[in-house]
Design a protein around this ligand. Structure first.
Ligand code: AMP
Length: 426
Protein backbone atom coordinates (compact mmCIF):
# COMPACT_ATOMS: atom_id res chain seq x y z
CA UNK A 1 0.00 0.00 0.00
CA UNK A 2 1.25 3.41 -1.02
CA UNK A 3 -0.13 5.36 1.94
CA UNK A 4 3.04 4.45 3.85
CA UNK A 5 3.09 7.67 5.82
CA UNK A 6 -0.35 6.90 7.17
CA UNK A 7 0.20 3.22 7.93
CA UNK A 8 1.88 4.24 11.21
CA UNK A 9 -1.62 5.04 12.54
CA UNK A 10 -4.16 2.54 13.74
CA UNK A 11 -6.44 2.91 10.76
CA UNK A 12 -8.21 0.13 8.92
CA UNK A 13 -7.58 -0.67 5.28
CA UNK A 14 -10.77 1.07 4.15
CA UNK A 15 -9.53 4.35 5.56
CA UNK A 16 -5.98 3.87 4.29
CA UNK A 17 -7.41 3.25 0.84
CA UNK A 18 -9.43 6.49 1.04
CA UNK A 19 -6.33 8.39 2.12
CA UNK A 20 -4.50 6.98 -0.85
CA UNK A 21 -7.37 7.86 -3.20
CA UNK A 22 -7.30 11.41 -1.83
CA UNK A 23 -3.63 11.59 -2.75
CA UNK A 24 -2.41 12.25 0.81
CA UNK A 25 1.02 10.66 0.96
CA UNK A 26 2.63 12.12 4.04
CA UNK A 27 0.69 13.07 7.14
CA UNK A 28 0.87 16.79 7.91
CA UNK A 29 2.32 17.80 11.31
CA UNK A 30 -1.10 18.18 12.92
CA UNK A 31 -2.12 14.77 11.61
CA UNK A 32 1.04 13.15 12.98
CA UNK A 33 0.40 14.63 16.38
CA UNK A 34 -3.40 14.43 16.66
CA UNK A 35 -4.30 11.10 15.11
CA UNK A 36 -2.60 8.95 17.80
CA UNK A 37 -3.98 11.15 20.61
CA UNK A 38 -7.53 11.10 19.32
CA UNK A 39 -7.30 7.35 18.65
CA UNK A 40 -6.24 6.90 22.28
CA UNK A 41 -9.45 8.63 23.38
CA UNK A 42 -8.10 12.01 24.52
CA UNK A 43 -10.02 15.25 24.40
CA UNK A 44 -8.19 17.65 22.11
CA UNK A 45 -7.81 21.37 21.97
CA UNK A 46 -6.44 21.89 18.48
CA UNK A 47 -5.13 25.26 17.48
CA UNK A 48 -4.64 25.11 13.77
CA UNK A 49 -5.70 27.17 10.85
CA UNK A 50 -7.35 25.78 7.75
CA UNK A 51 -4.78 24.55 5.29
CA UNK A 52 -2.87 22.48 7.83
CA UNK A 53 -4.82 19.28 7.19
CA UNK A 54 -6.70 19.56 10.48
CA UNK A 55 -9.93 18.17 9.04
CA UNK A 56 -8.44 14.78 8.18
CA UNK A 57 -6.57 14.95 11.50
CA UNK A 58 -9.81 14.59 13.41
CA UNK A 59 -11.88 12.77 10.81
CA UNK A 60 -9.61 9.77 10.36
CA UNK A 61 -9.58 8.69 14.03
CA UNK A 62 -13.27 9.60 14.29
CA UNK A 63 -14.18 7.40 11.33
CA UNK A 64 -12.03 4.65 12.80
CA UNK A 65 -13.94 4.89 16.06
CA UNK A 66 -17.42 4.94 14.50
CA UNK A 67 -16.16 2.24 12.11
CA UNK A 68 -19.33 0.84 10.52
CA UNK A 69 -23.04 1.56 10.20
CA UNK A 70 -24.95 0.68 13.35
CA UNK A 71 -28.47 1.46 14.61
CA UNK A 72 -30.23 4.64 13.60
CA UNK A 73 -29.03 7.30 16.08
CA UNK A 74 -25.87 9.27 15.24
CA UNK A 75 -22.76 8.41 17.23
CA UNK A 76 -20.68 11.42 16.25
CA UNK A 77 -21.72 15.03 15.97
CA UNK A 78 -19.61 17.59 14.13
CA UNK A 79 -20.59 21.23 14.55
CA UNK A 80 -19.32 24.06 12.35
CA UNK A 81 -20.42 27.69 12.11
CA UNK A 82 -21.63 28.01 8.52
CA UNK A 83 -23.43 26.04 5.87
CA UNK A 84 -20.36 26.24 3.62
CA UNK A 85 -18.15 24.78 6.32
CA UNK A 86 -20.62 22.02 7.12
CA UNK A 87 -20.84 21.17 3.42
CA UNK A 88 -17.10 21.15 3.08
CA UNK A 89 -16.65 18.91 6.12
CA UNK A 90 -19.34 16.62 4.75
CA UNK A 91 -17.44 16.31 1.47
CA UNK A 92 -14.30 15.35 3.39
CA UNK A 93 -16.29 12.77 5.42
CA UNK A 94 -17.69 11.35 2.20
CA UNK A 95 -14.25 11.17 0.67
CA UNK A 96 -12.59 9.49 3.63
CA UNK A 97 -15.47 7.09 4.37
CA UNK A 98 -15.96 6.10 0.73
CA UNK A 99 -14.87 2.49 1.33
CA UNK A 100 -16.97 2.03 4.47
CA UNK A 101 -20.72 1.68 4.93
CA UNK A 102 -20.86 4.68 7.27
CA UNK A 103 -23.85 6.98 6.82
CA UNK A 104 -23.29 10.69 7.24
CA UNK A 105 -25.62 13.62 6.83
CA UNK A 106 -25.12 17.39 6.69
CA UNK A 107 -27.87 19.64 8.03
CA UNK A 108 -28.02 23.45 8.11
CA UNK A 109 -30.47 26.32 7.99
CA UNK A 110 -31.58 28.32 4.99
CA UNK A 111 -33.29 25.36 3.35
CA UNK A 112 -36.49 23.50 4.22
CA UNK A 113 -35.86 20.66 6.69
CA UNK A 114 -37.86 18.01 4.77
CA UNK A 115 -35.03 16.11 3.12
CA UNK A 116 -32.86 16.56 6.22
CA UNK A 117 -35.64 15.02 8.34
CA UNK A 118 -35.92 12.09 5.98
CA UNK A 119 -32.16 11.65 6.09
CA UNK A 120 -32.16 11.52 9.88
CA UNK A 121 -35.05 9.09 10.00
CA UNK A 122 -33.31 6.76 7.57
CA UNK A 123 -30.57 6.30 10.19
CA UNK A 124 -27.14 7.90 10.36
CA UNK A 125 -23.81 7.37 12.05
CA UNK A 126 -22.23 10.82 11.69
CA UNK A 127 -24.19 14.05 11.81
CA UNK A 128 -22.70 17.35 10.64
CA UNK A 129 -24.57 20.51 11.48
CA UNK A 130 -24.62 24.18 12.23
CA UNK A 131 -25.52 24.78 15.91
CA UNK A 132 -28.85 26.46 15.08
CA UNK A 133 -30.22 23.75 12.82
CA UNK A 134 -29.14 21.01 15.21
CA UNK A 135 -31.04 22.61 18.09
CA UNK A 136 -34.02 23.29 15.90
CA UNK A 137 -34.39 19.65 14.87
CA UNK A 138 -33.46 18.38 18.32
CA UNK A 139 -36.20 20.52 19.89
CA UNK A 140 -38.67 19.05 17.43
CA UNK A 141 -37.70 15.65 18.75
CA UNK A 142 -36.25 14.48 15.46
CA UNK A 143 -32.63 13.93 16.48
CA UNK A 144 -31.79 11.22 19.00
CA UNK A 145 -28.72 12.10 20.98
CA UNK A 146 -28.39 9.11 23.29
CA UNK A 147 -25.80 7.33 21.17
CA UNK A 148 -23.47 10.33 20.73
CA UNK A 149 -19.96 9.49 21.90
CA UNK A 150 -17.89 12.02 19.97
CA UNK A 151 -18.41 15.75 19.61
CA UNK A 152 -16.32 17.96 17.34
CA UNK A 153 -16.49 21.74 17.37
CA UNK A 154 -14.72 23.05 14.31
CA UNK A 155 -13.72 26.69 13.76
CA UNK A 156 -14.66 27.46 17.36
CA UNK A 157 -13.38 31.05 17.13
CA UNK A 158 -15.78 31.75 14.28
CA UNK A 159 -18.62 30.20 16.24
CA UNK A 160 -17.88 32.56 19.10
CA UNK A 161 -17.62 35.53 16.71
CA UNK A 162 -20.98 34.63 15.28
CA UNK A 163 -22.58 34.50 18.72
CA UNK A 164 -23.19 30.76 18.94
CA UNK A 165 -22.13 30.39 22.58
CA UNK A 166 -25.72 30.07 23.95
CA UNK A 167 -26.62 27.41 21.37
CA UNK A 168 -23.44 25.47 22.10
CA UNK A 169 -24.08 25.57 25.84
CA UNK A 170 -27.58 24.27 25.22
CA UNK A 171 -26.26 21.46 23.00
CA UNK A 172 -23.73 20.48 25.66
CA UNK A 173 -26.59 20.23 28.16
CA UNK A 174 -28.62 17.80 26.09
CA UNK A 175 -26.01 15.36 24.79
CA UNK A 176 -24.59 12.49 26.87
CA UNK A 177 -21.82 13.44 29.28
CA UNK A 178 -19.67 10.46 28.54
CA UNK A 179 -18.08 11.36 25.25
CA UNK A 180 -14.87 12.44 23.57
CA UNK A 181 -14.59 16.13 22.73
CA UNK A 182 -12.49 17.68 20.01
CA UNK A 183 -12.28 21.42 19.64
CA UNK A 184 -10.50 23.11 16.76
CA UNK A 185 -9.87 26.78 16.35
CA UNK A 186 -7.56 28.89 14.21
CA UNK A 187 -7.03 31.43 16.95
CA UNK A 188 -7.34 31.31 20.70
CA UNK A 189 -9.22 34.36 21.96
CA UNK A 190 -10.55 34.44 25.53
CA UNK A 191 -14.00 33.29 24.39
CA UNK A 192 -12.59 30.05 22.98
CA UNK A 193 -10.50 29.52 26.09
CA UNK A 194 -13.65 29.86 28.22
CA UNK A 195 -15.49 27.46 25.96
CA UNK A 196 -12.68 24.92 26.10
CA UNK A 197 -12.61 25.08 29.90
CA UNK A 198 -16.33 24.42 30.07
CA UNK A 199 -16.35 21.67 27.59
CA UNK A 200 -13.11 19.70 27.42
CA UNK A 201 -11.98 17.15 29.99
CA UNK A 202 -8.23 17.17 30.60
CA UNK A 203 -7.57 18.07 27.00
CA UNK A 204 -4.28 17.66 25.24
CA UNK A 205 -3.39 20.88 23.52
CA UNK A 206 -2.17 20.47 19.98
CA UNK A 207 -0.86 23.73 18.68
CA UNK A 208 0.51 23.64 15.22
CA UNK A 209 2.16 26.97 15.32
CA UNK A 210 1.87 29.78 17.82
CA UNK A 211 -1.65 31.16 17.82
CA UNK A 212 -2.41 33.22 14.73
CA UNK A 213 0.53 32.54 12.51
CA UNK A 214 0.25 32.37 8.80
CA UNK A 215 1.16 29.25 6.86
CA UNK A 216 4.86 28.99 6.13
CA UNK A 217 4.22 28.11 2.53
CA UNK A 218 2.79 31.58 1.88
CA UNK A 219 4.90 34.47 0.58
CA UNK A 220 3.53 37.69 2.01
CA UNK A 221 4.20 41.23 0.90
CA UNK A 222 2.47 44.59 0.74
CA UNK A 223 2.14 47.71 -1.39
CA UNK A 224 1.48 51.13 0.05
CA UNK A 225 -1.12 52.64 -2.28
CA UNK A 226 -2.45 56.17 -1.66
CA UNK A 227 -6.10 55.69 -2.60
CA UNK A 228 -8.89 53.50 -3.92
CA UNK A 229 -8.44 54.43 -7.58
CA UNK A 230 -4.76 53.60 -7.53
CA UNK A 231 -5.54 50.33 -5.75
CA UNK A 232 -7.88 49.44 -8.61
CA UNK A 233 -5.12 50.26 -11.13
CA UNK A 234 -2.60 48.14 -9.26
CA UNK A 235 -5.02 45.24 -9.02
CA UNK A 236 -5.79 45.51 -12.70
CA UNK A 237 -2.07 45.53 -13.46
CA UNK A 238 -1.33 42.46 -11.35
CA UNK A 239 -4.23 40.52 -12.81
CA UNK A 240 -2.83 40.96 -16.32
CA UNK A 241 -0.37 38.22 -15.45
CA UNK A 242 -2.91 35.48 -16.03
CA UNK A 243 -0.27 32.75 -15.95
CA UNK A 244 0.81 33.20 -12.37
CA UNK A 245 -2.35 34.90 -11.02
CA UNK A 246 -4.40 31.93 -12.09
CA UNK A 247 -6.70 31.54 -9.10
CA UNK A 248 -7.17 34.68 -7.08
CA UNK A 249 -9.31 35.68 -4.13
CA UNK A 250 -9.59 39.43 -3.63
CA UNK A 251 -10.65 40.36 -0.11
CA UNK A 252 -12.48 43.50 0.86
CA UNK A 253 -13.99 44.60 4.16
CA UNK A 254 -17.57 45.38 3.23
CA UNK A 255 -20.35 44.20 0.93
CA UNK A 256 -20.39 47.63 -0.67
CA UNK A 257 -16.69 47.50 -1.45
CA UNK A 258 -17.14 43.98 -2.82
CA UNK A 259 -19.88 45.11 -5.21
CA UNK A 260 -17.93 48.21 -6.22
CA UNK A 261 -14.78 46.33 -6.99
CA UNK A 262 -16.69 43.66 -8.85
CA UNK A 263 -18.10 46.38 -11.11
CA UNK A 264 -14.65 47.85 -11.76
CA UNK A 265 -13.16 44.49 -12.55
CA UNK A 266 -15.94 43.38 -14.89
CA UNK A 267 -15.64 46.71 -16.70
CA UNK A 268 -11.94 46.08 -17.12
CA UNK A 269 -12.87 42.73 -18.65
CA UNK A 270 -10.76 40.53 -16.43
CA UNK A 271 -12.59 37.45 -17.64
CA UNK A 272 -15.26 35.86 -15.53
CA UNK A 273 -15.37 37.10 -11.98
CA UNK A 274 -17.69 36.25 -9.13
CA UNK A 275 -18.45 38.12 -5.97
CA UNK A 276 -19.65 36.59 -2.72
CA UNK A 277 -20.93 38.31 0.40
CA UNK A 278 -23.62 37.70 2.95
CA UNK A 279 -26.33 39.54 0.98
CA UNK A 280 -26.03 37.05 -1.83
CA UNK A 281 -28.33 34.05 -1.46
CA UNK A 282 -26.84 30.81 -0.14
CA UNK A 283 -27.23 29.10 -3.52
CA UNK A 284 -25.57 31.93 -5.42
CA UNK A 285 -22.68 31.80 -3.00
CA UNK A 286 -22.29 28.05 -3.33
CA UNK A 287 -22.53 28.24 -7.12
CA UNK A 288 -19.86 30.93 -7.26
CA UNK A 289 -17.61 28.95 -4.97
CA UNK A 290 -18.03 25.81 -7.02
CA UNK A 291 -17.30 27.63 -10.27
CA UNK A 292 -14.17 29.05 -8.66
CA UNK A 293 -13.16 25.63 -7.32
CA UNK A 294 -13.57 24.09 -10.75
CA UNK A 295 -11.40 26.79 -12.33
CA UNK A 296 -14.28 28.13 -14.39
CA UNK A 297 -13.78 31.48 -12.71
CA UNK A 298 -10.34 32.96 -12.14
CA UNK A 299 -11.16 35.74 -9.71
CA UNK A 300 -13.35 35.68 -6.64
CA UNK A 301 -14.11 38.89 -4.75
CA UNK A 302 -15.13 38.18 -1.19
CA UNK A 303 -15.79 39.68 2.22
CA UNK A 304 -14.40 38.02 5.33
CA UNK A 305 -17.78 36.71 6.44
CA UNK A 306 -18.55 35.13 3.09
CA UNK A 307 -15.12 33.52 2.95
CA UNK A 308 -15.67 31.49 6.09
CA UNK A 309 -15.49 27.91 5.10
CA UNK A 310 -14.01 28.36 1.69
CA UNK A 311 -11.93 25.33 0.93
CA UNK A 312 -10.35 25.69 -2.43
CA UNK A 313 -6.93 24.29 -3.04
CA UNK A 314 -4.30 25.76 -5.31
CA UNK A 315 -5.34 29.37 -4.83
CA UNK A 316 -2.40 31.16 -6.40
CA UNK A 317 -2.93 34.55 -4.77
CA UNK A 318 -4.84 36.12 -1.95
CA UNK A 319 -5.09 39.86 -2.49
CA UNK A 320 -6.11 41.98 0.46
CA UNK A 321 -7.56 44.95 -1.37
CA UNK A 322 -8.28 46.37 2.06
CA UNK A 323 -6.59 45.56 5.35
CA UNK A 324 -8.95 43.69 7.68
CA UNK A 325 -9.78 45.50 10.90
CA UNK A 326 -10.34 42.23 12.75
CA UNK A 327 -6.69 41.26 12.68
CA UNK A 328 -7.28 37.52 12.96
CA UNK A 329 -9.13 37.73 9.66
CA UNK A 330 -5.77 38.37 8.03
CA UNK A 331 -4.71 34.89 9.12
CA UNK A 332 -7.91 33.39 7.76
CA UNK A 333 -7.58 35.26 4.48
CA UNK A 334 -3.97 34.24 3.97
CA UNK A 335 -4.87 30.66 4.94
CA UNK A 336 -6.77 30.38 1.67
CA UNK A 337 -3.53 30.12 -0.25
CA UNK A 338 -0.55 27.88 0.39
CA UNK A 339 -2.90 25.16 1.63
CA UNK A 340 -1.36 21.84 2.55
CA UNK A 341 1.62 21.30 0.29
CA UNK A 342 0.98 24.12 -2.16
CA UNK A 343 2.82 27.41 -2.14
CA UNK A 344 0.93 30.65 -2.40
CA UNK A 345 1.26 34.41 -2.28
CA UNK A 346 -0.63 36.94 -0.20
CA UNK A 347 -0.46 40.58 -1.27
CA UNK A 348 -1.84 43.41 0.82
CA UNK A 349 -2.72 46.88 -0.45
CA UNK A 350 -2.81 49.53 2.24
CA UNK A 351 -3.48 53.24 2.17
CA UNK A 352 -1.99 55.64 4.77
CA UNK A 353 -5.07 55.17 6.94
CA UNK A 354 -4.54 51.39 6.98
CA UNK A 355 -0.79 51.36 7.71
CA UNK A 356 -1.52 51.27 11.44
CA UNK A 357 -3.62 48.13 11.13
CA UNK A 358 -1.01 46.39 9.05
CA UNK A 359 1.57 47.04 11.78
CA UNK A 360 -0.83 45.49 14.31
CA UNK A 361 -1.23 42.46 12.07
CA UNK A 362 2.54 42.06 11.83
CA UNK A 363 2.66 42.03 15.61
CA UNK A 364 -0.08 39.41 15.79
CA UNK A 365 1.51 37.08 13.26
CA UNK A 366 5.01 37.82 14.56
CA UNK A 367 6.20 38.32 11.04
CA UNK A 368 7.29 41.39 9.10
CA UNK A 369 5.39 41.75 5.87
CA UNK A 370 7.81 42.90 3.23
CA UNK A 371 7.04 46.22 1.53
CA UNK A 372 7.30 46.35 -2.26
CA UNK A 373 7.56 49.46 -4.43
CA UNK A 374 4.65 50.13 -6.72
CA UNK A 375 5.38 48.88 -10.23
CA UNK A 376 6.53 51.89 -12.31
CA UNK A 377 3.67 51.45 -14.78
CA UNK A 378 1.11 52.31 -12.13
CA UNK A 379 -0.18 55.82 -12.55
CA UNK A 380 -0.80 57.31 -9.12
CA UNK A 381 -3.91 59.47 -9.09
CA UNK A 382 -4.50 62.26 -6.60
CA UNK A 383 -6.61 61.29 -3.62
CA UNK A 384 -10.08 62.83 -3.69
CA UNK A 385 -10.98 65.30 -0.96
CA UNK A 386 -13.53 62.93 0.64
CA UNK A 387 -11.16 60.00 0.63
CA UNK A 388 -8.37 62.12 2.11
CA UNK A 389 -10.74 63.28 4.85
CA UNK A 390 -11.69 59.68 5.63
CA UNK A 391 -8.01 58.68 5.75
CA UNK A 392 -7.18 61.62 8.04
CA UNK A 393 -10.04 60.71 10.32
CA UNK A 394 -8.85 57.11 10.48
CA UNK A 395 -5.31 58.23 11.37
CA UNK A 396 -6.67 60.56 14.03
CA UNK A 397 -8.67 57.76 15.56
CA UNK A 398 -5.61 55.51 15.64
CA UNK A 399 -3.50 58.18 17.33
CA UNK A 400 -6.18 58.68 19.91
CA UNK A 401 -6.35 54.97 20.52
CA UNK A 402 -2.60 54.86 21.13
CA UNK A 403 -2.55 58.04 23.23
CA UNK A 404 -5.77 58.92 25.04
CA UNK A 405 -4.39 62.45 25.64
CA UNK A 406 -3.97 63.08 21.94
CA UNK A 407 -6.42 65.78 20.93
CA UNK A 408 -6.41 65.14 17.19
CA UNK A 409 -6.32 67.43 14.19
CA UNK A 410 -10.11 67.65 14.01
CA UNK A 411 -10.45 68.35 17.69
CA UNK A 412 -7.94 71.23 17.54
CA UNK A 413 -9.81 72.90 14.72
CA UNK A 414 -12.98 72.91 16.75
CA UNK A 415 -11.22 74.43 19.74
CA UNK A 416 -9.93 77.27 17.61
CA UNK A 417 -13.38 78.08 16.34
CA UNK A 418 -15.07 78.25 19.71
CA UNK A 419 -13.31 81.34 21.12
CA UNK A 420 -13.86 83.17 17.81
CA UNK A 421 -17.57 82.59 18.04
CA UNK A 422 -17.57 83.74 21.63
CA UNK A 423 -15.85 86.94 20.67
CA UNK A 424 -18.48 87.58 18.04
CA UNK A 425 -21.34 87.23 20.48
CA UNK A 426 -19.83 89.75 22.87
P1 AMP B 1 -7.73 21.50 6.09
O1 AMP B 1 -6.65 22.19 6.88
O2 AMP B 1 -8.32 20.37 6.80
O3 AMP B 1 -8.75 22.52 5.62
O4 AMP B 1 -7.05 20.87 4.78
C1 AMP B 1 -6.49 21.65 3.77
C2 AMP B 1 -6.31 20.88 2.46
O5 AMP B 1 -5.24 19.95 2.57
C3 AMP B 1 -7.52 20.08 2.03
O6 AMP B 1 -7.77 20.39 0.67
C4 AMP B 1 -7.11 18.63 2.20
O7 AMP B 1 -7.71 17.83 1.21
C5 AMP B 1 -5.61 18.67 2.05
N1 AMP B 1 -4.87 17.67 2.86
C6 AMP B 1 -5.19 17.21 4.09
N2 AMP B 1 -4.27 16.33 4.54
C7 AMP B 1 -3.33 16.23 3.56
C8 AMP B 1 -2.11 15.48 3.44
N3 AMP B 1 -1.67 14.66 4.41
N4 AMP B 1 -1.41 15.63 2.31
C9 AMP B 1 -1.83 16.47 1.34
N5 AMP B 1 -2.97 17.20 1.38
C10 AMP B 1 -3.71 17.08 2.49
Amino acid sequence: MNSSGFSQFKLNKQLLQAVEDAGYRTPTPIQRRSIPLISAGHDILGIAQTGTGKTAAFLLPLLMKVKYAEGTAPRALILAPTRELVTQLYQEVQKLSAHTDLRSLAIYGGVGPKSQLEGIEAGIDILLSTPGRFLDLYTRGVIQVKALRTLVLDEADKMMDMGFMPQIRRILEVIPLKRQNLLFSATMPQSVLTLSEEFLEFPVKVEMSPSATTAQTVTQFAYEVPNFKTKVRLLHHLLQDTASFNKVIVFVRTKKAADNLYKFLTRAAEGEIRVIHSNKGQNTRLNSLNAFKLNQVRILVSTDVAARGIDVTMVSHVINFEVPLVYEDYVHRVGRTGRAENVGTAITFFDPGEAYHLRKIEKLIKHRIELHDLPPQIEVTATSFEEQQAINRAIDKQRRREDPNYQGAFHRKKQKKTPQRKRKSK
